[in-house]
Design a protein around this ligand. Structure first.
Ligand code: GCO
Ligand code: MG
Length: 419
């Protein structure tokens, strides 16, 4: 036992620099500080309570070096296992303990995970638009920012709002198209906003979008698309097949993935690569998908899958099937969670790509992330630990306000649909 490595103190902060975040700070007896991201978009207070009321009281006094034992103690010790709230709380503690361990060793965290396996982590950005011109401008904007892979989300004619496309309708007309929109899905409101959906209109429109994009940008640019859980298996198979001529890097969240058996049907019909898992929180969620080679990219971020300890195991399991990482990186993964995923991404061999939506200045002023983005690659930085901090005083000036993700309903009859 190294002197002073016991956990002396732990605090949870719920603030809103740029958007709502839940941040964990653990301090050892010797004064080493570790940070963890405990943000679940729209359910922040549940994770904060799970930490404050149940986990933090039982880790005080534990040796901060014993990361695997602490993980097992919190996972198995709770009796009630898995789920986004539980696994995000465990993830935050795990991240903070790895941050402490790397600071104690005075190395950037990836050095403890096997060192650098690449120059930097390939990233993709979020292009979107209400029409082809806006989409093209947004793609060019992201190329000018250095992105070498780009997600494309498009408005759907007849729908007044669609996931991933901010400000559709009258307000977007004439908006300086191509300007990066900070698409923040969680609306600050006392109740979720309701959006409408029409699968047929979407399925008929998306091939036209990617045909236009390929005609404008050529065959090489890696293009990604997020169907955001909205299709049935056969609809997902149809979309994958219809987009094959446009050679996507991946199609994400084609269908709700609680029943992973349905991916067999999708796989029978299309060779378009499939990414899934941003809403998963356990290695068990992936078992059938890996063993039957049903997906190509793992979307779980460190913050929602139980931490670095757990996600490393998922990636190593995936590597047996030549499945790669494709880590979730929207603005509701905080710079701490993002940095943790990047350190793991630097070290693993089966790295694929990272989502990098980019936080705004309010967020970055509070977390002061060290990671850098250049020539399409993100590097986590070389300072000891995760390379992030948390300016508590500045953060406290951004008060938490409840914000909810939208609820989706079918345009045709109002039935609740996956958002
Ligand atoms: C993505 C995700 C996000 C989610 C958001 C929910 O691919 O980045 O689908 O946009 O909707 O993380 O909080
Ligand atoms: Mg997604």
């Amino acid at each position: 036992m190294a002197i002073g490595m016991n956990i002396a103190k732990a605090d949870v902060f719920v603030h809103s620099p740029g958007r709502n975040f839940v941040t964990l700070k653990i301090v050892t007896e010797s004064g080493l500080v570790g940070y963890g991201d405990a943000t679940v978009n729209g359910r922040e207070l549940s994770v904060a309570s799970y930490l404050r009321d149940h986990l933090l009281p039982i880790i005080i006094g534990r040796d901060a070096q014993n990361i695997e034992d602490t993980w097992q103690y919190l996972y198995r010790g709770s009796y009630w296992r898995r789920g986004p709230i539980t696994m995000t709380a465990i993830a935050a503690i795990d991240m903070a303990l790895w941050d402490i361990k790397a600071k104690a060793a005075n190395v950037p965290l990836y050095q403890l995970l096997g060192g650098a396996s690449r120059v930097g982590c390939l990233a993709y950005g979020h292009a979107s638009g209400s029409d082809f011109k806006e989409i093209f401008d947004s793609i060019r904007y992201h190329q000018e920012k250095g992105y070498r892979a780009i997600r494309v989300q498009a408005a759907v004619p007849s729908l007044n709002s669609v996931y991933g496309v901010p400000g559709i309708g009258k307000s977007s007309k004439g908006k300086s198209a191509g300007k990066r929109h900070d698409y923040e899905p969680a609306q600050r409101s006392s109740k979720p906003v309701e959006e409408e959906w029409d699968t047929r209109a979407y399925l008929n429109h998306m091939p036209k979008v990617f045909e236009a994009v390929r005609n404008e940008f050529g065959p090489e640019l890696p293009l990604l698309h997020d169907a955001h859980h909205r299709l049935t298996p056969i609809e997902a198979a149809r979309l994958g097949k219809s987009l094959e001529p446009y050679d996507l890097f991946w199609l994400e969240d084609l269908t709700p993935a609680e029943n992973t058996d349905v991916f067999r049907l999708i796989r029978q019909h299309t060779t378009t690569p499939i990414a899934v898992g941003e809403v998963f929180n356990s290695i068990f969620d992936y078992k059938a998908l890996f063993e039957e080679q049903l997906i190509d990219y793992v979307r779980s971020p460190v913050s929602h899958a139980g931490g670095i300890t757990a996600l490393r195991k998922i990636f190593d399991y995936a590597a047996i099937y030549q499945i790669k990482s494709g880590v979730h990186g929207p603005t509701d993964v905080s710079p701490i969670g993002h940095a943790a995923s990047l350190h793991l991404g630097m070290a693993i061999h089966n790295y694929g790509i990272s989502e990098y939506m980019q936080h705004n200045s309010e967020t970055n002023d509070v977390f002061e992330p060290e990671y850098t983005f250049k020539d399409g690659l993100i590097h986590p930085g070389t300072s000891a630990g995760l390379g992030v901090s948390y300016n508590e005083k500045l953060a406290a000036s951004f008060e938490y306000k409840p914000a909810y993700l939208p609820v989706n309903r079918l345009k045709i009859d109002g039935t609740v649909h996956d958002w």
